[in-house]
Design a protein around this ligand. Structure first.
Ligand code: TYD
Ligand code: MG
Length: 465
């Protein structure tokens, strides 16, 4: 007699094993293994039936209708590489409350306004709640349809009847297939529902957008397979306490993944931020020590971000090293380079560093600006207001080139900056812009107008009692 075999699968990474374990051998997560009943394999029967599909020369494959159709929201279209592709499946991930439902409601109402039929299946909120929000956002469009439903078969039936061009499912974790024994949100449910939605999207040529929750550390909740079955994975990020929201493509089958979309959460929903330069620098106190502007690069998009450092005498036995919006590992490295290669004493000092405006600047190109902000804080001397700094700091105290310096400096020039401290090998700057080349961090500190003097500057090392 054929027996159904059970397999055990990790809810986080999708790794499969023959038995239940407390910890996943694949990703090391605890308590994520769940049982799955496998259907017995079909018995092999004689000669294989002719396949229903047909192989054909690549140039003969139909490509019409696969051009992206603009959504009508500039920042979203930028990230999507032009718009939504018919039959494509997009997964929008983000923390709860970041604005996923708001973004999609605005997106489908913009499309509905231009005659695209859109169906929103919401499993998280009631139809009344969504209607109220839509009214507030001015999104009550006749072509925008709504169904509060979590049963996948019902959602697909509604989609079949209405035949919308775009289907939004908010969220994939709330929909379930009653034929599967597992609970909604479980690995088996999420995976199976996603597969069925993808199949239906391809069959009907319907663009489908799924909302997905992310875990605390930013990974998409549910099995990794979700990322593999969809065409596009978008990630919506931002600090809950800041209005700024960043939209990126983590995976994109129809275009580049390097574009960044910027939004601001306002009372009237999400507003695109086509020129973020001024937004980040608007409240800057250029004359204060400890502030340096870095032309950073997000995908292909240069962003000028103010970095701040405060080096303060610490009352603690273990002084603090705080990196908000910056990489704490790189801060530790920069601190060590400043101590060993520059002679700045940081023992006994708390170091607070911050990327202003709720952005995350984790690229090595910000190293030099972080280092200069720290030196500026220690010496109490502000950097010139029209100066930016960009470069990677090496462990030997040398400055290293970063990608696309030309673009970064052009953006700095556009926003009124006139000078930049850069690695010696940096390319020629735009006209009217001065580059202060430095091959080491010590050079860079001098070129930025900061004087460390002969004696090590900073706080005296703690003397053991
Ligand atoms: P929401 O889209 O519900 O987030 P998600 O679907 O990612 O969980 O957005 C929730 C937050 O956005 C909520 O805290 C309120 C805020 N918000 C505004 O500030 N302005 C608005 O116009 C709307 C609709 C929401
Ligand atoms: Mg939501």
């Amino acid at each position: 007699m054929a027996r159904t075999r059970s397999t055990y699968r990790c809810a986080e990474c999708g790794a499969e094993g023959p038995q239940w374990t407390g910890r996943c051998a694949g990703c090391g997560a605890w308590n994520t293994i769940v049982e799955e009943r496998a259907v017995p394999a079909r018995a092999a029967a004689g000669a294989p039936a002719p396949p229903p599909s047909r192989a054909m020369p690549i140039a003969e494959v139909e490509s019409e209708g696969w051009a992206p159709r603009p959504v009508g929201i500039g920042e979203l279209d930028r990230v999507l590489g032009g718009g939504l592709v018919a039959g494509s499946v997009t997964l929008l991930g983000g923390e709860p409350g970041i604005g996923k439902s708001t973004l999609l409601l605005q997106a489908i109402s913009a499309m509905a306004r231009t005659g695209t039929t859109c169906l929103l299946a919401c499993g998280e909120e009631s139809a009344q709640q969504v209607r109220m929000r839509a009214a507030r956002l001015g999104a009550l469009e006749p072509n925008l349809w709504l169904v509060a439903e979590t049963d996948l078969s019902a959602i697909l039936a509604h989609a079949g009847n209405l035949a919308p061009d775009v289907l939004v499912v908010d969220s994939i974790q709330t929909v379930f297939d009653p034929e599967l024994a597992s609970a909604p949100g479980s690995v088996a449910q999420v995976r199976e529902c996603a597969h069925r939605l993808v199949r239906a999207a391809k069959d009907a040529g319907r663009a489908t957008i799924l909302v997905g929750h992310v875990t605390k550390d930013g990974a998409l909740a549910g099995p990794r397979v979700l990322e593999h079955v969809v065409d596009t994975v978008l990630s919506f990020e931002g600090e809950r306490h800041h209005a700024l929201r960043l939209l990126r493509a983590v995976k994109h089958r129809f275009g580049p993944t390097s574009e960044l979309g910027l939004f601001e959460m306002t009372d009237g929903g999400l507003a695109g931020v086509p020129d973020p330069g001024r937004l980040f620098l608007s409240d800057r106190q250029a004359s204060a020590p400890g502030s340096v502007v870095v032309p950073t690069l997000e995908g292909h998009r240069p962003l000028l971000v103010e970095l701040q450092a405060l080096v303060a005498k610490s009352p603690l036995a273990m002084p603090r090293r705080s990196a908000q919006g910056l990489d704490s590992g790189r801060l530790a490295m920069i601190s060590a380079v400043l101590e060993e290669r520059v002679g700045l004493t940081l023992a006994g000092a708390d170091v607070y560093t911050l990327a202003v405006g709720g952005v995350k600047v984790v690229e090595p190109g910000a190293d030099l600006a972080v280092a200069l902000a720290m030196v500026s804080s220690v010496t109490g001397v502000a950097l010139p207001a029209d100066l930016v700094a960009c470069g990677e700091v090496g462990l030997c105290g040398e400055l290293r080139q970063v990608s696309q310096m030309g673009r970064r400096l052009a953006e700095a020039a556009r926003l009124g900056f006139r000078r930049a401290v850069v690695p010696a090998s940096a390319p020629e700057p735009p006209a009217g812009f001065e580059v202060l080349r430095a091959s080491t961090l010590v050079d860079a500190i001098a070129r930025a107008g900061l004087v460390l003097g002969k004696k090590p500057v900073g706080f005296p090392r703690a003397v053991p009692a």
